[in-house]
Each structure stands twice: as structure tokens, then as C-alpha cells.
Design a protein around this ligand. Structure first.
Ligand SMILES: [Zn+2]
Ligand SMILES: [Zn+2]
Length: 314
């Protein structure tokens, strides 16, 4: 029997840098990495250090075809990639997408990340087949399945027309609410959608373009790095973080409410925050939008997709 589940699993939920230690046990200290499984397909969002344990699991399961999406190329979203075990397995096929000015930009940044001076193994020497390309906001990434006479393939397209009911579709919104910009992804499969909006700062009166992009999503994963007091510079020992490109829990709540999305997952926790401080963020969010949770390592969310013979791409 085929696996028909749509699951979202968190492997790294911390922003900026990894934070091991007794004060971060509950939520976890690995940097950004989220695994999405849609039936037999595996999609990974970002390659922070959370991708390292995920890679060990995928290597055991022999997942041979994987899409890896980079929101942007700051350290905390790329630093786990050199330790991603499937990249060392020759029959793995990695389809890697992310931002960049030209189609080669992403490849160049990843090559630079593993230059002779900085890492012993170059990108080229990782034996997996790697298809690496920068994509634009106007493009959609489609993972078509072999069902119902369609041919299985992963392609970058200018439109999302002529898809099978089982196609997985990834849309992109380029946000400027983070230094250097960031890609926000919407992953849709059989009428269910998850939106990944990390490293983004809220606007006064809500980020309306983001809310429109996330409209009616089942799950919104949203940056919530700072408490209100911290953001404004009123938290003892911390300076104001306005303009750093990260949100408060209140900002994330404004977006989820405006988008009328089903659930809010607070993400990219401030590395200096203890478990108690992240729990306080969660409590603050629940007061505004009750269906809110703070992401923690191991959190798994299951959505119930439409049957494969159903119609409609949300
Ligand atoms: Zn980050
Ligand atoms: Zn960043």
C-alpha cells in the first residue's frame, strides 16, 4: 500500500547558531531544517544543522530522490549541508533550489562553502547526483508523479497548468523583509498546503503580501525570533533588534490571522533564549491566535490530503 500521508517534521528550529545545552533541551538547539513528506516524496526546507540527523535517517531509508529548498544562504540555513549523508551516496539524486541572481548563483555559493580552505571535501567530490539551480519568484517547481499516465519528473516551470491531481507544487514568494531578501515557499499536494516563512520581519499593519501568499494554508511556519520587549529594546541585557529581519510572536499571529491559515508554528527561535523564554513566546502567541505552537525538534504534523483520484490544486 502506498504511503498517502502529508507530514511536516521539524529537525532544527533555532535561528542564527546552534545552541546545545541544558537550557535548550525542550525545543532543541539545531539550526533551521524542516522535512516534508508527501506520500513517497521527500522535500527538505533549509540545511541548518538539523539536516545532519535527518540525513542519517534518510540514508537508512535509502530515499534516493530529494528536493532541497534554500530560503536564503545565511550560515544557519546552509551549515549542515557538508555533513548531509545522502550527498555522499552515489545513487541519491538531489534537486537543490534557492535564490540567486543567475541560475548558477546557488551553485557558486555552495561551492564556496566547501572551498579547500574551509572544508576538506568539495561540493564536486560529494558523489550524489546534484541538480543545483537558482530559481525566480515567477517560477514554480513541480514534482509530477507516475500516476494516471503522467511521467514522474521534477521540473521548474513558468506556470502550474496541465498537472496531474497528484502533482506536488512549490510556489515562491520573494520577501524583502530580511537582509538580502528571503524566499518563502508554499508546498501544495492534493489540496493541502504548508507555508515556510522563516527569516522575515513583520510590517506595521501586517505583511499583507505574505498573508495573501499564505491564504488558507493549513500550516504557516513563521519566524518568531524575538519577544516584544526584546524587539523594542526593553529586555534587560539585550539591545533592540528592530530591522534585523526577524519577527515577534505578535507579528507572526497577525500574518496567520490575516491569511486565515489553519495553524501557526513559531520558528527560528532566538539562540540566547532558554526553554522557558521560548515557552513564554508560545504562550503569548496562543493568547492572540489559539492554534499556535512553538516548533521543537521532533514535532511532527500530519495533514490529510485528498485521495489521489480527487481534483484540485490549492
Ligand atoms: Zn536564519
Ligand atoms: Zn537569515
Amino acid at each position: 500500500m502506498m504511503n498517502e500521508k502529508f507530514t511536516i517534521k521539524f529537525w532544527g528550529v533555532r535561528g542564527s547558531y546552534p545552541t546545545p545545552g541544558p537550557e535548550t533541551i525542550k525545543y532543541g538547539g539545531n539550526t533551521a531544517c524542516v522535512e516534508i513528506r508527501a506520500g513517497e516524496r521527500t522535500i527538505i526546507l533549509d540545511a541548518g544543522t538539523g539536516i545532519i540527523p535527518l540525513g542519517r535517517k534518510l540514508a537508512k531509508q535509502k530515499s534516493s530522490e530529494i528536493i532541497l529548498l534554500f530560503s536564503h544562504l545565511h550560515h544557519d540555513h546552509t551549515q549542515g549541508f557538508p555533513f548531509f549523508v545522502p550527498a555522499y551516496i552515489p545513487n541519491t539524486r538531489l534537486h537543490i533550489f534557492g535564490p540567486g541572481g543567475t541560475p548558477e548563483t546557488l551553485r557558486h555559493v555552495l561551492e564556496h562553502n566547501q572551498s579547500t580552505e574551509t572544508f576538506p571535501i568539495s561540493l564536486q567530490d560529494m558523489p550524489a547526483m546534484k541538480d543545483i539551480q537558482s530559481v525566480r519568484e515567477s517560477q514554480v517547481i513541480v514534482w509530477e508523479s507516475a500516476l494516471q499516465g503522467y511521467e514522474e519528473n521534477i521540473r521548474v516551470s513558468e506556470s502550474s497548468s496541465r498537472l496531474s491531481p497528484d502533482a506536488l507544487v512549490i510556489r515562491i514568494y520573494k520577501s524583502h523583509a530580511h537582509p538580502g531578501g528571503v524566499y518563502i515557499y508554499r508546498i501544495t499536494w492534493r489540496g493541502k498546503s504548508a507555508v515556510y516563512a522563516t527569516d522575515t520581519e513583520g510590517y506595521v499593519g501586517t505583511d499583507r503580501k505574505l498573508a495573501a501568499f499564505a491564504r488558507d494554508a493549513d500550516v504557516l511556519i513563521h519566524d518568531a525570533q524575538y519577544s516584544e520587549e526584546h524587539y523594542c529594546g526593553r529586555l534587560a541585557g539585550f539591545s533592540s533588534t528592530q530591522g534585523y529581519g526577524h519577527s515577534t510572536a505578535d507579528m507572526a499571529c497577525e500574518v496567520v490571522a490575516s491569511a486565515q491559515a489553519g495553524e501557526l508554528i513559531l520558528f527560528h527561535h532566538e539562540p540566547a533564549y532558554t526553554d522557558a523564554m521560548v515557552a513564554a513566546q508560545e504562550a503569548a502567541a496562543k493568547k492572540i491566535f489559539s492554534n499556535s505552537r512553538a516548533a521543537y525538534e521532533g514535532l511532527e504534523i500530519t495533514l490529510n490530503p485528498l485521495p489521489s483520484f480527487g481534483r484540485g490544486q490549492g
